[in-house]
Write a protein of this length. Structure first.
Length: 142
C-alpha cells in the first residue's frame, strides 16, 4: 500500500532544470534536486506541449526527483504547484492535471514514492514521444 504523503516531487517537463523557466526557480526555492529518475508512463504530444499519462506497461518517462527543503512548507509549496498545473479549476472548468503519488525509479537504483502531475485528459490518437524525455523531444523539434 502506498503512503498518503511524500516529501518528494517528480518533474518531467517545464519544471525541470533543463528548461530554465521562471517556474523552475520556484522549484529550486522550495525543493532540492535529488537526482535524475524515471517513472512508468507515456509522453504524448498534444501539439502545443507534451503531457504524461501513467501506464502499467514497460514505458518510462525521464525526469528529475526533488525533495522539499522544509517539510513545514510542503503544503504551501505543493499548493502553488497545484495552481500552476490546474489541479483545482474553477467550478465550470475541468482539471487539466491531477497530482498523484507514483513509484519513481532513481538512477542510483532506489525506488521512492513521489508526487507527479499526470494529464487528466484524453490522449487517444496523439503521437507518443518514444524517448520519454521532454527536453530531448523539444530540442529535436527546434
Amino acid at each position: 500500500m502506498k503512503r498518503a504523503h511524500s516529501d518528494f516531487l517528480f518533474v518531467y517537463s517545464s519544471l525541470r532544470m533543463g528548461f530554465q523557466s521562471e517556474k523552475y526557480e520556484y522549484i529550486r526555492r522550495y525543493f532540492s534536486f535529488e537526482g535524475n529518475a524515471k517513472v512508468k508512463g507515456l509522453l504524448s504530444d498534444l501539439g502545443n506541449y507534451p503531457v504524461a499519462t501513467p501506464t502499467d506497461e514497460n514505458y518510462f518517462i525521464k525526469g528529475e526527483l526533488y525533495k522539499i527543503n522544509d517539510p513545514n512548507e510542503f503544503s504551501f509549496a505543493i499548493g502553488q504547484l497545484d495552481d500552476y498545473e490546474g489541479v483545482s479549476p474553477e467550478m465550470d472548468e475541468t482539471a487539466t492535471y491531477r497530482r498523484e503519488l507514483s513509484e519513481v525509479y532513481c538512477d542510483d537504483g532506489s525506488v521512492v514514492d513521489a508526487w507527479i502531475y499526470w494529464y487528466n485528459g484524453n490522449v487517444a490518437g496523439k503521437p507518443v514521444i518514444a524517448s520519454g524525455d521532454v527536453i530531448d523531444y523539444v530540442q529535436s523539434k527546434s
